[in-house]
Design a binder for this molecule. Structure first.
Ligand code: PLP
Length: 382
């Protein structure tokens, strides 16, 4: 079956008891066993829940890996992968990194003896040079957050694997609709299901999908031991989101391309970061790595200082000033003071997150209205 058919039918088998075309939501926290010490498929909801299992089956299938693992948030999913490391191990991560992941790696996992080094993963030679004997995990985001930098996944994975380094990809921005890192050889993919998977700004969740069962089993052990699982109702919403994700993402990509081209011509905009623009340094890699679109997030720099950028964010009417992305509602935010305020000023400068940078997530409103909204905000803010 093709991708979109699987998004609807895998993990969504009709309820055998009632014939309901939508599987029921199982709220039970515990499950009756027939014999002591011989566990049935489900025993306790932290260890496994039928509604969560359905979502895990679908996302695993769509990413091209084994059955996934669903978490209470994207950060819980990322933490799960980090917990597979040991004291003394090093994570090599891209500079263009979600602020929450930056905070986890610099202020939490460090306390457990896991170090972090940031590199510009757009340059494969930088990855090659940065790998040390302690490096055990290469962590990639492509497109990166918030600069939409593109990393050549196949190239980076080949370098890491040659040196025995595991590769994890945060596929939140691309979604499996556009890019499937496991098919390019990555070992594990994570998602903030809060974004394109849920798609409606009404569910907080995360997912991990491993390419091989042995890694999945290790991560499952950690998930069950630590307990940050996705609840049944959230699992249901995530499953429902997956059914329409392809259509939403494709349409959102189309609108984002239109807005990127519009902003690139706008007199009050000095720079547009979107891999769909031919002028973007990662455009040719993105063209072969992303199928049918370049994502629904773009960033741009405005002419003027931080105050002008912040003002633009408060002058839009349809683009709501809020963090997060990937939903049907368009959002606008100021990375330096919001999503990436967790960066040290030095790392923010080194990464190129300017004070005049604005990030937008493009939803499903009519693109003409979105264009007009940005235009009036840019005109009134300066
Ligand atoms: C790329 C990326 N990864 C991970 C996360 C964290 O996900 P959550 O907010 O669901 O914990 C986010 C949240 O914005 C994100 O943008």
């Amino acid at each position: 079956m093709k991708f979109q058919t699987r998004a609807i039918h895998v993990g969504n088998e009709k309820d055998p008891q009632t014939g309901a075309v939508v599987p029921p939501i199982h709220l039970a926290t515990t499950f009756v066993q027939s014999v002591p010490g011989v566990w049935e498929e489900f025993d306790y909801s932290r260890s496994g829940n039928p509604t969560r299992a359905n979502f895990e089956k679908t996302i695993g299938d769509l990413e091209g890996g084994v059955t996934g693992l669903a978490f209470a948030s994207g950060m819980a999913a990322i933490t799960n992968v980090m917990m597979s490391l040991r004291p003394g191990d090093q994570v090599l991560a891209g500079r263009d990194l979600y602020g929450g992941t930056y905070r986890l790696l610099h202020h939490v996992t460090k306390k457990f003896g896991i170090t972090v080094q940031l590199v510009d993963t757009r340059e494969l030679s930088q990855i090659e040079q940065a790998i040390e004997p302690a490096t055990k995990l290469l962590w990639l985001e492509t497109p990166g957050n918030p600069l939409l930098s593109i990393t050549d996944l196949a190239g980076a994975i080949a370098i890491a694997h040659e040196r025995g380094v595991m590769v994890g990809v945060d596929n939140t921005f691309a979604t499996p609709v556009l890019t499937r890192p496991l098919e390019l050889g990555a070992d594990v993919v994570v998602h903030s299901a809060t974004k394109f998977i849920g798609g409606h700004s009404d569910v907080l969740g995360g997912a991990v999908v491993a390419r091989e069962k042995s890694l999945r089993d290790r991560l499952y052990f950690l998930q069950n031991a630590t307990g940050s699982v996705l609840g049944p109702f959230e699992s249901y919403l995530a499953s429902r989101g997956l059914k329409t994700m392809t259509l939403r993402v494709r349409e959102q990509c189309r609108s984002t391309q239109v807005l990127a081209e519009f902003l690139a011509r706008h007199p009050r905009v000095t720079k547009v970061l979107y891999p769909g623009l031919a002028s973007h340094p990662g455009h040719s890699i993105a063209s072969r790595q992303m199928a049918g679109g370049f994502g629904a997030v773009l960033s741009f720099e405005v002419a003027g200082d931080i105050d002008v950028a912040k003002k633009v964010c408060t002058k839009t009417h349809l683009f709501q000033l809020a963090v997060s992305l990937g939903a049907v509602e368009s959002l606008i935010e100021h990375p330096a003071s919001m999503t990436h305020a967790t960066y040290s000023p030095a790392d923010r400068r080194a990464s190129g997150i300017e004070d005049s940078l604005i990030r937008i997530s493009v939803g499903l409103e009519d693109v003409d209205d979105l264009k007009e909204d940005l235009d009036q905000a840019l005109s009134t803010a300066s």
